[in-house]
Design a protein around this ligand. Structure first.
Ligand code: ADP
Length: 485
């Protein structure tokens, strides 16, 4: 029954069992050694008992105690302390306990009268002390108790112990041994459970450490690969820009017939196509270069004070041709701040605006309109907001499209081209100014995309003080509950 309760797969493995025994021994060594040096003193103190009850044999018993048993116990304690590996822990404990036990049994046989009835209690005292201080394994406890009790009953017929005293001893031995064995058993059970938990914990910790190391390595590899990719893209796009400029420049000269008439006329049209495509390609190359520079923290922002209205005008001017071609009207709506001065990189802000307005035009239906507004609030700052009433973006795509090379599902259906780099760069530009890109959109209804800049970058907006209250009210307009008719 006892071993059934012990059933734990961990202890079926002899290696694990050995490890438990070693660890358990290490934990108890100090207290065991202390007890083993202390017990001979306690045992020697029993010379008073010899002196008062042993009568004629007192001297013999005392000499045996002091000169043989106690030095023997100290010697074994020393061996246990220094050489327990060589002689074996259990062997030494057994020899150590056997010495006083045999001495007690010898005295039982030799003693007469009342002394014979008293000495057998020594066996019980040794057993109790052993279980309380040495804390052996429960198996050892069972074996050792059996041996002691067996020896006692072996010596009993030769002793002068009375029958009444023998019955009393038998009762104490059964009760004492039972209590000891059960106590040690539950103690060991707890120790085994604790050991199993410790091992599980150690395994878990080493697994975690291994996976942490793994993740760290993977992270460094990914970082290296990412850096290599960034450097590659930066070099390639930089190298591509020079020939692209030549292509764009020469195709422009040809299409504009700067050096004379180009015939037949188709050649001029082809040159125009080359020029437009070259521009598109150059924009893509520039975007890739910007992103790879940003990833390597090499992108530079040249900040100075500039007028936001003129930046918006510049952005609108560069989108005009596209708007005309797509038959989309771009209008400025209230609140539109005219004399707001901002501290930032004007060229980058224009770049971001061109991209957002370009997208709004691209994703609007022919005949549609795109609205530009600049709501301002003294608490949150200014927003450069572009609203369209085109295809809109599904909520699950809103976060994705701010990452490089991501496009919304709705845009695929339209097949409007593009690489999915523009908004990632817009977000970068907004963040470099301490702001953020805000996208609010409803699929099939339209989108509001704004560059939100914090109030610290707004240098002045005096001309609009009168407008402030209105701006503050409109700083968070309900963007899609308008009528888009
Ligand atoms: P590109 O337009 O070159 O693909 P962007 O980063 O500018 O790259 O845009 C990423 C995607 O976000 C677009 O492909 C499109 O799916 C979506 N998107 C951006 N602006 C709008 C808009 N105004 N309306 C609908 N979808 C948009």
């Amino acid at each position: 029954m006892f071993s059934a309760i012990f059933k734990n797969r961990r202890f079926d493995d002899p290696e694990a069992e050995r490890e438990f025994v070693c660890r358990n021994h290490r934990r108890k060594t100090d207290s065991r050694v202390f007890f083993m040096y202390l017990a001979p003193i306690a045992y020697a103190a029993h010379i008073f008992l010899d002196f008062f009850v042993a009568g004629e044999q007192a001297t013999q018993f005392m000499l045996l105690r002091l000169c043989v048993v106690c030095p023997g116990m100290v010697a074994i304690a020393y061996l246990f302390h220094q050489h327990h590996r060589k002689f074996g822990t259990e062997n030494l404990i057994c020899a150590y306990l056997l010495l006083p036990t045999l001495n007690v049994l010898y005295m039982c046989v030799m003693a007469e009268g009342i002394a014979a009835d008293i000495y057998p209690f020594g066996v019980m005292i040794i057993l109790y002390c052993c279980s309380a201080f040495i804390l052996p394994s429960y198996r050892f406890m069972v074996r050792y108790s059996m041996l002691f009790i067996g020896l006692f009953w072996l010596f009993f017929p030769f002793s002068a112990v009375s029958h009444e005293a023998a019955i009393a001893h038998a009762f104490f031995q059964i009760m004492g041994t039972g209590v000891n064995v059960i106590g040690i058993y539950f103690l060991e059970l707890t120790e085994r459970k604790q050991h199993a938990n410790e091992i599980n914990l150690e395994e878990m910790i080493s697994d975690l450490e291994a996976s942490e190391r793994n993740i760290r390595e993977l992270y460094h590899e990914a970082k290296k690969a990412d850096r290599a990719k960034g450097e590659f893209l930066a070099v390639v796009s930089h190298e591509l820009r020079t020939p692209m400029n030549a292509i764009i420049g020469f195709s422009e000269i040809i299409s504009a017939e700067m050096l004379g008439k180009v015939e037949p006329d188709q050649y001029r049209e082809y040159a125009e196509h080359i020029h437009n495509s070259g521009h598109q390609l150059l924009n893509i190359i520039n975007d890739i270069l910007d992103l790879s520079r940003a990833e390597m923290n090499k992108i530079e922002f040249v900040k100075q004070d500039f007028d936001i209205a003129s930046a918006l005008r510049a952005a609108l001017a560069s989108c005009r041709a596209n708007a005309d071609e797509a038959d989309v009207t771009v209008i400025q709506v209230e609140p539109f701040l005219h004399d707001v001065c901002i501290n930032g990189d004007e060229a980058r802000i224009i770049q971001a605006l061109v991209n957002i307005i370009g997208n709004a035009i691209k994703f609007s239906e022919p005949g549609g309109s795109v609205e530009i507004s600049t709501p301002y609030s003294a608490e949150t700052g200014i927003e450069l907001m572009v609203t369209d009433f085109g295809i809109g973006i599904a909520p699950e795509d809103v976060e994705q499209i701010q990452k490089p090379f991501h496009q919304a599902e709705s845009a695929f259906v339209r097949n409007n081209g593009g690489l999915g780099l523009g908004l990632a760069i817009c977000a970068l530009i907004a963040e470099a100014h301490g702001g953020k890109l805000i996208i609010e959109s409803t699929l099939g209804v339209g989108s509001s995309i704004s560059i939100s800049l914090p109030k610290d970058v707004v240098i002045s907006h005096e001309a609009n003080d009168a407008n402030d209250a209105g701006c503050a009210q409109e700083s968070h307009p309900p963007r899609h509950d308008k009528s888009y008719a």
